[in-house]
Design a protein around this ligand. Structure first.
Ligand SMILES: [Zn+2]
Length: 282
């Protein structure tokens, strides 16, 4: 079974748990740590012979075009994470579309390859932002990976499918959704493979959850963020809950990732969807 490995390429200050504390108009003035953190990840991927999808934030691509080119040239897939990291349900459809276009056009001009995939900031395709689906289709996106079938304070649609499916089909075009991985326990969907859950869970639990999905014939999709591997990012004086959400497990995360890459097989999202028979338009 080949699982999907994905990174949302953003900087430490884009973290939505910091939005109360940092003024987005000052983001440009903060020292970026994206280059250093991402270089560390791609050299690990290279030494392990693993390819992944990087959902790149437009603002990061604008600041580090050479980094994006390097990731693409090393064989990884470049997909869109929007432009400004505003959640879709906090934008108008017009704002969202303008940012999506800007992001696709920059990423394609850097890599020379078509952008097929999209992930919304903070998994923000929810019941309140269903219009996003039409906007993605209109702009040539072939697959999305933003719908988290769980109950959560910031995102989630708990009653949606748990495995890749056709989200919308019209005029001969299809938009495939690869929902973030969950395992079911007592009828509840438990996040299985990414972000804060990956940092929080002891590694054997993550391994058990992904194995459980694989044994049932389903690939998992792992999502991680470069700052989650950075113990040297500025640690701000913030409230205990957000502090926990951002910094828990960061110190040992790189070791966990190494184990993960050795225990399971991974490929970019587009390849895993193709393996499942969801032929994407190129
Ligand atoms: Zn993000």
């Amino acid at each position: 079974m080949i699982n999907a490995l994905s990174f949302d390429l953003e900087d430490w200050f884009h973290n939505t748990h910091l939005e109360k504390y940092l003024d987005r108009s000052l983001w440009r003035t903060y020292a970026s740590r994206a280059q250093e953190n991402t270089e560390k990840i791609i050299s690990l991927l290279k030494s392990e012979g693993v390819y992944a999808t990087f959902f790149v934030l437009g603002q990061v691509a604008e600041r580090h075009p050479a980094l994006i080119k390097k990731i693409s040239e090393q064989g990884h897939e470049i997909a869109s994470h929007g432009w400004s990291h505003k959640r879709a349900y906090q934008q108008t459809p017009q704002e969202f579309e303008a940012e999506l276009k800007q992001s696709i056009s920059l990423l394609e001009s850097i890599t020379g390859k078509k952008v097929l995939g999209h992930r919304a900031a903070c998994f923000s395709i929810t019941a309140n932002s269903q219009w996003v689906i039409d906007v993605l289709m209109k702009n040539g996106i072939a697959y999305d990976s933003s719908i988290f079938p769980i109950i959560h304070d910031k995102y989630g649609m708990s009653n949606t499918p748990r495995f890749p499916y056709i989200l919308r089909q019209q005029e001969g075009k299809k938009l495939i959704e690869f929902p973030l991985s969950t395992c079911q326990f007592f009828g509840l969907n438990l996040p299985a493979a990414g972000g804060g859950y990956f940092r929080l869970y002891p590694y054997p639990l993550t391994k058990m959850l992904i194995s459980k999905l694989n044994h049932k014939g389903h690939p998992a999709i792992v999502y991680l963020h470069p700052p989650e591997f950075d113990p040297y990012q500025p640690e701000l004086g913030i409230d205990p809950l957000n502090k926990f959400r951002i910094y828990i497990g960061v110190k040992n995360n790189f070791k966990k990732l190494k184990k993960l890459l050795r225990d399971f097989r991974f490929a970019p999202v587009k390849d895993v969807l193709n393996n499942l028979g969801h032929t994407l338009e190129y």
